[in-house]
Design a protein around this ligand. Structure first.
Ligand code: NAD
Length: 366
């Protein structure tokens, strides 16, 4: 199969970790007989330095012509970098918002998976972390409270702020379909999270999700109120497979879910539109504090590449191979600095490696 991939190395550790993800994709290509074609574009600070803007129209066109986009991370040190002296619409993050909009990426996927070998980093009680968890948070990304009309007015000398939360049935249906499609590739359970006891938008959400569920008889659907879900994530996270939710609830719950894994350098993510197209990137930022030192953990980006194979190319076997390779490398005791255990006796049982060595070890397992 021919895979046409646009790469955005970005800033900070971005170029280092994207290089490792490409290396792993190349190993997959050799083993399974695919042809990877990469085209790099600049975004964020790198694009500001080269062109004066965080994202050019040419870069957008290149991304649009690809089958999928693989990104590192963008941005610099927000207190010291000159990029943050620019007006907000010219700062690195404006590039990310711009590309999401241009590519109509409305569905955000963030897996939260606890690896047995890294269970020590999980901040939950041992009796909870011992049984592990593996969930996917599916968040609507372009509607709801963050995109509704807002204003601040003064009424009778009192300031009043108004934000509006709107969803139409089409916006809900398209994300629900994505959620059920993803569940079909996993353990076939969807937990739809809302606040239907209070909000009209949540009651419509529930109605449409139930309609979509009729087309997926193999998938078990349950509804959960958002406050309960926040509690269940720390009480019994293994109950979840796909969590399907709206923009603001998903923003909060996905951060909570990633924190319970305890390992930021391990977390992949994807943003999808209504075709097979997606933008795949690690959940973490550009880590300017460690850029250029060769110590960044490339695993989140490598796992994002695995998600790309699974969701944009339906190459499940190849994605499985990458995920299995990561597990094996961890099992064999290889760690980057961010996932080294804290305790001295535990540290003695594992071996610390840098970015390139971690990429090589994963390739070696493919
Ligand atoms: P960050 O995720 O970059 O770093 C937080 C901490 O985690 C740092 O100590 C860093 O060294 C460490 N870390 C992160 N990724 C790591 C990895 N792969 N391996 C080892 N250690 C890792 O968050 P931040 O410091 O708040 O943000 C830095 C920059 O990244 C900012 O400019 C921010 O706006 C940007 N950012 C970009 C994205 C994106 O491109 N999608 C997302 C978040 C933050």
């Amino acid at each position: 199969m021919e895979l046409n991939i646009t790469c955005i190395p970005g800033d900070g550790i971005g170029p280092e970790i994207v290089a490792e993800a490409k290396k792993v994709l190349d190993a997959v290509a050799v083993k399974y007989g695919h042809n990877m074609k990469y085209t790099d574009i600049l975004m964020g600070g790198a694009s500001i330095d080269a062109y004066g803007v965080p994202l050019t129209d040419e870069a957008i066109e290149t991304a649009k012509s690809a089958d999928a986009v693989l990104m590192g991370s963008i941005g610099g040190d927000t207190t010291t970098s000159p990029w943050y002296k620019l007006p907000p619409n010219l700062r690195p993050e404006a590039g990310l918002l711009g590309i999401r909009k241009a590519l109509n990426l409305f569905a955000n996927l963030r897996p939260a998976l606890l690896y047995e070998e890294l269970a020590g980093a999980c901040p939950l009680k041992e009796e909870i972390s011992a049984s592990g968890f593996d969930m996917m948070i599916m968040r609507e990304l372009t509607g709801g409270l963050y995109f509704g009309e807002r204003k601040t007015v003064e009424e009778n000398g009192v300031l009043k702020a108004i934000d509006t939360l709107t969803y139409d049935e089409n916006e809900i249906r398209r994300i629900a379909i994505k959620g059920f499609d993803i569940a079909m590739k996993r353990r076939k359970k969807v937990t739809s999270v809302d606040k239907a006891n209070v909000l009209d938008s949540s009651r419509l959400w529930r109605k449409i999700v139930e309609e979509v569920a009729k087309d997926y008889p193999e998938v078990t659907l349950e509804h959960m109120l958002v406050d309960n879900c926040a509690m269940q994530l720390v009480k019994d996270p293994k109950q979840f497979d796909v969590i399907l939710t709206e923009n603001m609830f998903g923003d909060i719950l996905s951060d909570e879910a990633s924190m319970v894994t305890g390992s930021i350098g391990m977390l992949a993510s994807a943003s999808l539109n209504d075709t097979k197209f997606g933008l795949y990137e690690p959940s973490h930022g550009s880590a300017p504090d460690i850029a250029g030192k060769g110590i960044a953990n490339p695993i989140a980006t490598i796992l994002s590449a695995a998600m790309m194979l699974r969701y944009s190319f339906d190459l499940d076997r190849e994605a499985d191979a990458i995920e299995a390779a990561v597990k094996k490398v961890l099992k064999d005791g290889w760690r980057t600095v961010d996932i080294m255990p804290q305790e001295e006796d535990e540290r003695a049982k594992v071996k610390q490696v840098g970015t390139v060595q971690m990429g090589d070890l994963i390739c070696g397992q493919i």
